[in-house]
Design a protein around this ligand. Structure first.
Ligand code: MTE
Length: 334
């Protein structure tokens, strides 16, 4: 990744800009469409909204309709750590289609056209399909998952996502026996995404998981955060969240899911294979070639020169996912 020094990153963070009003206006239109599908309730007294308010998070400044979700019963889905503020989580982003600085996506992603939206599901499945966002929202009841998020660059957040386990969608398409891997393809529209076409990555942004990783209940197909629909810069209208892996494994604004026999090439791995492995499980014992992964800076919590937190193996989800990698050499399969 195009890593800046910690000081530069802090400068980005300190000089971040809040989402311009126009972004919210566009989102409201999209929300109206989703509301027509009967899926988004504008109940201002929703449990999620109330919880968010009581922990002084300010989701969307009260401008977005809440995306109602029940708390999750999936083991490990709720981290008892203070959530990062909505302002930080929605203005300190990596979304290279909209720029390489942390403050670029919030400034530029208002051009992302999120309606109409659909995901093409193809490859080794019994029931390939093109599924619209409206139908995707109906696949399974929404849950709230409060996950730690650890970026490969050495910073972290705690984010309450809204969505359901990706396995619910996978079961619907009935993968064939030969499907060993799943590839995720993000939207890449040069007309609305100013950095698509730049030489930073081989577009579209693609990512991949092994089938058992994709089927793990913690792997979330997310439509919202902080009780509201995803803001564009966070990967609207639908993204992946894989909490035990470095953040770049969680592809944003997904338009295609492909079931494959062979391990797919992934965008960052193609750009620098020795730096960004296919697995990219959070691991304090495997350093990035250019920096240590032993510690992390929690966004919004630490002062400029505060001591880093210790990074946890599998980002603290070892009890849930450790068995997926039993017997594997994690130094080789980084
Ligand atoms: N997905 C796409 N399509 N493009 C990107 O640049 N960045 C990745 C990941 N998904 C990225 C992406 C990286 S490097 C990280 S750390 C996370 O998204 C950031 O998610 P956030 O901005 O919601 O924190």
């Amino acid at each position: 990744m195009l890593i800046k020094s910690q000081d530069q990153c802090m400068q980005d963070l300190l000089s971040r800009e809040l989402t311009p009003k126009g972004v919210f206006e566009g989102r409201r239109t999209a929300l109206r469409k989703l509301a027509n599908a009967g899926l988004i309730l504008s109940a201002t007294g929703s449990a999620l909204n109330a919880r968010a308010q009581s922990s002084s998070i300010a989701p969307g400044g009260g401008k977005l309709a809440p995306l109602v979700g029940a708390h999750s019963s999936v083991l490990g889905a709720v981290v008892m750590e203070k959530p990062t503020t909505y302002a930080d989580a929605s203005s300190y982003n990596n979304y290279y289609e909209f720029g390489t600085d942390k403050g670029d996506p919030v400034k530029n992603a208002h051009t992302l056209k999120i309606s109409p939206w659909s995901i093409q599901i193809e490859g080794l499945v019994k029931k390939p399909m093109k599924i619209t966002l409206e139908d995707l929202l109906k696949v399974h009841p929404m849950e709230e998952r409060i996950y730690r998020m650890r970026c490969v660059e050495g910073w972290s957040m705690v984010i309450p996502w809204v969505g359901y386990s990706l396995s619910e969608l996978i079961n619907k398409v009935e993968p064939l026996g030969g499907a060993k891997f799943v590839e995720f393809v993000s939207m890449a529209d040069p007309k609305t995404m100013p950095f698509v076409g730049s030489g930073i990555l081989d577009w579209p942004y693609t990512e991949g998981l092994r089938m058992d990783e994709a089927m793990h209940p913690l792997t979330l197909l997310s439509f919202g955060m902080y009780g509201e629909v995803l803001p564009n810069q966070s990967g609207a209208p639908v993204r992946l969240v894989v909490p035990w892996k470095y953040g770049f494994k969680s592809a944003k604004s997904i338009v295609k899911i492909r079931f494959l026999e062979k391990m797919p090439a992934t965008a960052w791995n193609k750009a620098a294979a020795n730096e960004y492995g296919f697995y990219s499980n959070v691991n304090p014992n495997v350093d990035h070639p250019r920096w240590s992964q032993a510690g992390e800076r929690r966004i919004g919590e630490d002062g400029l020169f505060a001591k880093k937190r210790k990074t946890l193996i599998f980002n603290g989800y070892e009890a849930q996912v450790g068995q997926l990698y039993a017997g594997m050499d994690l130094q080789k399969n980084f």
